[in-house]
Design a protein. Structure first.
Length: 406
């Protein structure tokens, strides 16, 4: 049975404003928060101001330098649970800005879309979460418990903000990670590990290649080993929800001039993995592939480094958190709410493991728009997302009126 009554649901629906959530998203997009300059500092300061404007508690949680997580709370009646809404403040760089139809950090509405870097991933979702809290306050919904909006830095790079949050002693009972899911409930994601392989060789003039050791040749052999490992092993590691594991070479860099054998070749590898696979296992398997190359390539030396690691996570479709989210998404007909996997990776599993709580992924925008030129989010999704986030707080926490009426 839904805990969000018709009267509360109607009040929320009447109060949600597409213009307001678009305004909030635009303000956040305008504060550049990629790896340039002060990174997330300006956006974090804006979030502190927005929270103050809304009458919400907010605090900065220092991470490094001028980079800070932002924690925003809306407290209800004491004695209840805490629902955590998780988002990240940072965005990826825009790439070649001349390829954008409008400047990436100058938000622009065209038709029913808001364009700008972070519109989809994930400042639009943060705006929807903030507006949801604003709406709940305006409607005077007497929540039992509190909503905590935890907005971290460095999600796109190495998860420094999330590690700081988890080490801080923060507590919650359940979590919604606001990554873009097209307003569909996503039950889990693969893990992602970044691997950096450095092949060492010996420089020589290209006219006498036999005098050197070419690390590019060793790296090329490693590429073939990885392809064979993918088809022979990883394609067979399957999850009904998440599909199969992958290992993909994404970067190769070597050499500075045409007529020289380089002494170094760097390779970056993206490894997506499933529940049941471990970091130790992945590193050991990668080292075995390196050893196989070394055994056949004379003079090959290679070092292996893990640069980042986000574990995989999954929640059962029958979990009460999922059921509450289904009621929030599709009131009256919760069975109509779509349940799907999240095709990228995110910090859901880190929160599940670090806080010992259930979590799922849900937010406005399509993951297909993330990280691309001319990134956008649909305004209708922003408004609907805010409405659903507000309803979810009521579905999960309930209201103080429930206590009075038994």
């Amino acid at each position: 049975m839904s805990r969000c009554t018709d009267s509360v649901r109607d009040a929320i629906h009447r109060t949600v404003s597409k213009n307001r959530v678009a305004e909030l998203a635009g303000r956040l997009i305008r504060e550049r928060s990629d790896l340039s300059g002060d990174m997330e500092y300006g956006a974090g300061q804006l979030l502190m101001r927005i929270a103050a404007e809304m009458g919400l508690e907010a605090e900065e949680q220092p991470v490094e330098g001028r980079r800070s997580n932002i924690l925003i709370r809306m407290r209800g009646a004491p004695g209840g649970k805490t629902l955590l809404y998780s988002g990240h403040i940072d965005v990826v760089p825009p790439g070649a800005e001349e390829l954008w139809d409008s400047p990436p950090f100058e938000p622009q509405v065209r038709g029913d879309r808001l364009y700008g870097r972070g519109a989809c991933d994930m400042k639009g979702s943060i705006a929807a979460m903030l507006h949801a809290l604003e709406v709940l306050r305006q409607c005077a919904v007497p929540l039992r418990g509190e909503v905590l909006l935890a907005l971290d830095v460095d999600e796109e790079t190495s998860n420094k903000g999330m590690r700081r949050l988890l080490a801080s002693g923060v507590r919650a009972d359940a979590c919604i990670v606001g990554e873009p899911t097209d307003l569909e409930i996503n039950l889990g994601h693969k893990g992602v590990m970044g691997l950096w392989l450095t092949f060492s060789g010996r420089r020589a003039h290209a006219s006498r290649p036999e005098m050197g050791v070419n690390p590019i040749v060793h790296a090329a052999e490693m590429v073939e080993k990885i392809r064979a490992f993918q088809s022979g092993t990883l394609d067979k590691r399957q999850s009904r929800l998440l599909g199969h594991s992958t290992m993909t070479v994404t970067m190769l860099q070597a050499g500075r001039e045409l007529n020289s054998i380089p002494d170094r070749c760097d390779m970056r590898v993206d490894r997506r993995y499933l529940p049941g696979e471990t970091a130790e296992q992945i590193l050991a398997e990668t080292q075995r592939l390196i050893d196989e190359v070394s055994s056949v390539e004379e003079g090959c030396r290679c070092t292996l480094q893990m640069t980042t690691n986000c574990p995989p996570g999954e929640i059962e479709a029958e979990h009460p958190l999922v059921k509450a989210m289904m009621s929030a998404v599709s009131p009256g007909e919760p069975e109509r709410a779509a349940l799907k996997p999240f095709l990228a990776s995110c910090e859901m599993a880190m929160l599940m493991e670090g806080l010992g709580i259930p979590a799922l992924i849900f937010g406005p925008g399509s993951i297909r728009q993330a990280h691309i030129t001319n990134e956008y989010v649909e305004l209708d999704q922003l408004a609907r997302g805010a409405e659903i986030f507000a309803r979810m707080a009521v579905e999960y926490l309930g209201t103080a009126q429930e206590d009075r009426h038994g």
